[in-house]
Structures are given as structure tokens and as C-alpha cells.
Design a protein. Sequence first.
Lengths: 297, 302
Amino acid sequence: MSYAGWIILTASLVGLTCGLIGVLLILRRMAMMADAISHTVLLGIVCAYLITRELSGIHMLYGAIIAGLITAVLVQWFHTRGVQQDAAIGVVFTTLFAIGVILIATKVGNAHLDVKHTLMGEITFIPWEKISIPILGDVPEAVVLLTIVLCIILFVIFAFYKEWKITSFDPALAASIGIPVVLMHYAFMSLVSLTTVAAFDAVGAIMVVAMLITPAATAYLWTDRLSWMFVLSSLFGILSSFIGYYMAVWLDTTISGAMAFSTGIIFMLSFIFSPRYGLIAKWFHNRRSSKSLGIFR
Amino acid sequence: MFDFQFLSYNAQSVLLSTFLLGIAAGIIGCFAYWKRQSLMSDALSHAALPGVVLGFAVLGEKNLFVMILGAAITALLGAWMIHLIRTSSRVKEDAAMGIVLSVYFGLGMMLLTFVNKMPNGNQSGLDSFIFGQAASMVNKDVWTMIGVATVVLIMMIIMFKEWKLFLFDPSFAKGLGLSLTKMNVIYMALLVLVIVVGIQAVGVILMAALLIIPSVSARYWTDSFKTMVILSALFGGGSGLVGTLISTLGSGWPTGPFIVITASLLFVLSLAVGRKKGLITLYLQHRSKQIFNGLKQMEEGQ
């Protein structure tokens, strides 16, 4: 496959994976948790590197999942100790991120691992780091990693579809009919960390946040059905990676930044033009209802 | 007083700047805490990035005033967008903040690549806005910091009663004829002011920490708003001072993260032994109550 092909494929996989997880994030009102985890994953990667002294995929995955879970546990713990939820998130992720930055600056700073790279990602290098797979031939490492994570996420979401639905919309009901709500919360946090770290190498932390939150929020403006929301959110994710790539090539700028920006464009368009929840639709609806009230007056 | 003669003149200015920044951020952070908008500061500091870069691009050189102006414009635009998304669609506030944060940051990165291609863009040191480079601050920046800290302090002191009403009983404040919109505008303006001046010292990503952590720590020591603000300012200023000092110990050590770590250590300390809600304090109170009850029972038994 061509160079551009691999980049678009990688980005689309990121869009698809993040789009799926993002739906649950939006519905569970944990969007800022994703922001927090995408930052603390840095500490996980640095620690994994300090222990193993190599930057291979699997150690980084472990490190990231552990860091993500620690973030989730700490936020929850502070929250039960009376700190406001968003203040708790703010304290935990900035602290862990600062530790990560300091470790990089003082201990492990080298060509392979620098903070800027992990924040912005460097998708242009993805096609060069290939590993060979029996039937498919040489495939970039990031693509393999993303495909595996996508399969895991698809499996977990659809195997427990009903459980996710109930815990997201009505946690109290879920608890009362015996669904392990707390376990699902932490399982979900692990999935978020997994997605983040898989997407991380390709597109960086900030772009992950854009891909996790924005397509799902856009889909939320179009539909009331959970199944449709999954479909639309993945589609918006893929669409923004296409738009982002071509915009970046056209303007000769950073690909991950352009992709993050294009998720925003799609959101803004939906925000204005969505047939049910858009600004224009609402405006018409308000006018019509005030007119029909006028008849009765 | 303290003897900072061992530091160069420049280092002394940096020290003073981060100290003042910490104080200003500590005060505004308390407002954000009680408005339950701690993460808003995170979103706004990310939203300031495109403005900083645009400010540079317009003039083609590093002019602090123009860059701050640009940052203030995009940050306020971001704040307005969060408000708009929250009030006129079904998307919730946290998602709205996430969207603004990441999309503006993406835009900022795009603009940054354009600027880096400009003739003198490469040496602009704009990258330092992402992680902050307090060491690069010069005498002029100290004056900016002094100005900002003074403005924040004055607004805090002369409007103290209004702030209290605004934060704790908005409907009563409205009943008294206090304009909530006006208060909100002032609050937002102060928040954005502190953020845009602060990001060059500690960076876009860690600016939020300076606003959030001192106020949360102060909450563990007191129930009075006044004491909380004073403590938060002290914690903020202290972390700025100590963090900067630590970062001068090694070459190339980033200032922002060390300031944040210092603030976090203060937070952990407050969490453990804070006078009001500290964990060890609560445990000791619980124990002494038990012992007291035990003694009472023994007395009654006799």
C-alpha cells in the first residue's frame, strides 16, 4: 500500500476505535476523564520505559493501562474524600503528567521519547516502522496494534451491549438488577486507556482527546438511538481523519493537528444544521410553536 | 529577609514572577473551585494557544502584549463556545470543554507549523508556550506579572462581599440587585488574564494545575472563604517560589512541572493533616472521641 494509504488507514482506525469508546464516554459524562487519562498515559509509558529500557508496544500497553487505572482510582478516591469531581480530575492528571515530564527531562530524555512527540504524535513516521505478518506482508506496527485494540473494543462493547446500555443510562437500575457497576466502571476506564495508548503513538495525546470526544458528541446531536450513535460516531471519526489528512497535505501542516481541527468542523456543522438538535432546527421549532400559540391567543 | 544573591539577576526576576503568578492563580482558583469550574481553566489555557501563535504571526516578532491580546481573544472565544454548546444543545458541559480544548489545541498546532516556516519563526521559541519556559522570562515580564497580580488582588479585595454572594448565593445576590452577568464577565476576564500571562511560565498544559491544586489544598484547612483565599494564594505563591528554585538546580530542568509537583506535595500534606478535613486529623478526632466515650463509660460504670 502507498505511503499516504497507510497514514489514512492508521488515522481511520484511530477514528473508528475512538469513535466507539467516545459514545460511552459522552453518555457516562466522563469526557474530561478521557482528557485526564490521555495525559497520565505519558507517565505509564515513561515508567514502562524506565523498567524495561525498551520502547516496545506491549510494555507500553501495560504501563498505559496501569496509569489509566491509577488515574481512575485516585480520582474516585479523592471524590469520596469530598473533593469535587472535576477538581479531583484536575489535581490527579496534572500531577501525574508533571511527574512524567520531569522524568523525561531528567532521566530518559533521548531521541526515542520526548514529550512533544507523545503530545503531538508523529503520524508521518508510522509507515516506516513495519513488522511482517504471515499473510498480509509488511504492515506498520501501529496498524497492527490499532487493529488488535479495535477487535478487543468491538468484542467488549457488543458482548455486553445491554449491560453498557443500562449502566450508562441508569446506573441505579443497573445496580439493583445485579450488574457489577463498579467493575464495569473500571473495565471501561481500562478500555479508554487501551484506546488512548494505541492511538497515542500515531496521533499523540491531544488528538486522542479530540477523536474520543468530538465525533461522539457530534453523533449525539443526530440521533437518540444508542446503536445509531455508535455507527455515526465511528463514521464521523473516519471522515475527520480523511478531511484532516487532505487538509494537512493541502496546507502543508501537521496531520494530527489538522485532524483534531476537522473533528471540530464536523461538530460545528452538525451543531448548526443537525435536523433535530441543531441551532436552525431549534430556531424553526421555536418559531413554529410561538406561531401556533398565536392562533389561540 | 531571604538572600537570593546567589542567583543571577535574571533568575531573581523569574523567581519573583512565578511567586506573583502563584498568588494570582491561587486567588482566582478559589473562585473557579466554588463555581465548580476547575476544569474550565484547563480548557481555556488550551484555547489560548492559537491566539498566542496568531499574535506572533501578525507581527512577525515576539511582542508579549500582542500575544497576550491574541491569547485572551481565543480563550474568551473558547469560553463563549463552551457556554453556547452547553446552553443551546444537548451536549453536556464536560464534553463541550473537551471539544473546545482539543480542537483549539489542534488549531494551535497547525498555526504553529505555519509560523515555524516563517523566516524568523524557527527561533521564536513558541514551543515553550506548550510546556512553559520560566527561565526565558525577562525583566519586562516581571512587570507584567506584578501588574496582573495587583489587578487580581485589588479586584479581590474591593469586591470581596460581591464575590462571596456571587459564588455562594447567586439568587440572593440577584435579589439584592447585583448583576450576575457583570460578575460573570469580570470573573471570566480575570481568569483569562491569569491564564494567558501564566502559560509562558508554566505552559498551556500545566497552567490548570496552578489554578486547581492550591485552592483544593486550602479547602482542607478551613471552612471560611476568606481564609481559604489567603491560604490558596500562599500555597500558590509558595509552590511558584520553591518549584522555580528546584528547577534552577539542574540544567534544562523544566520550571512548570516542578512548580506543579511542589503544589501537589502541599496538597498531599493538606490531605493528610489539614485542620478541617485532613485524613489523619479526622482519624485522630475519631480516636479521641472513642477514648473520651470509653472514659465516660468507665466513669458511669464506677
